[in-house]
Ligand binder design. Structure first.
Ligand code: AMP
Length: 117
């Protein structure tokens, strides 16, 4: 059986987080080490380790994460084209994944560079 991840402990309120959104499927909280003025993590309550391990029947959950990101961006007044935000999913070692529980980074509030490092 796999170990409980840090993010599962946040979902269970075993460790604190600055939660900005919660519903039956997802929870979103501020990243503890923000890389932009707005840096929020949107995660499923279901323990999907990473996008590479998601299943066909996770489609609704995956779509929900994007719609939750959209909602948060709208709430922060970032969704118009003259503002902006970036969504990032790091999958595996080469991408810099550090927590094995699927999470979407929402980054905004400064001019973001492309390509990413
Ligand atoms: P990744 O590198 O894509 O796996 O992203 C993991 C993210 O989790 C990093 O941006 C970390 O700063 C963030 N993180 C780690 N621990 C916590 C925590 N206790 N609360 C909020 N964010 C965290």
């Amino acid at each position: 059986m796999s170990e409980t991840t840090l993010f599962e402990r946040i979902i269970a309120r075993e460790i604190p987080a600055d939660i900005v959104h919660e519903d039956d499927i997802s929870i979103a909280f501020k990243d503890i080490s923000p890389q932009a003025p707005h840096h929020i993590l949107i995660i499923p309550k279901k323990a999907i380790p990473r996008i590479g391990q998601a299943h066909e029947d996770d489609a609704a959950t995956l779509g929900h994460l994007l719609l939750t990101a959209r909602k948060i961006a709208r709430d922060l007044d970032l969704a118009e084209v003259d503002k902006g935000f970036r969504l990032v999913i790091n999958n595996g070692k080469d991408a810099g994944e550090s927590v094995p529980h699927l999470h979407v980074h929402l980054l905004a509030g400064r001019q973001l560079q492309w390509p990413p490092g």
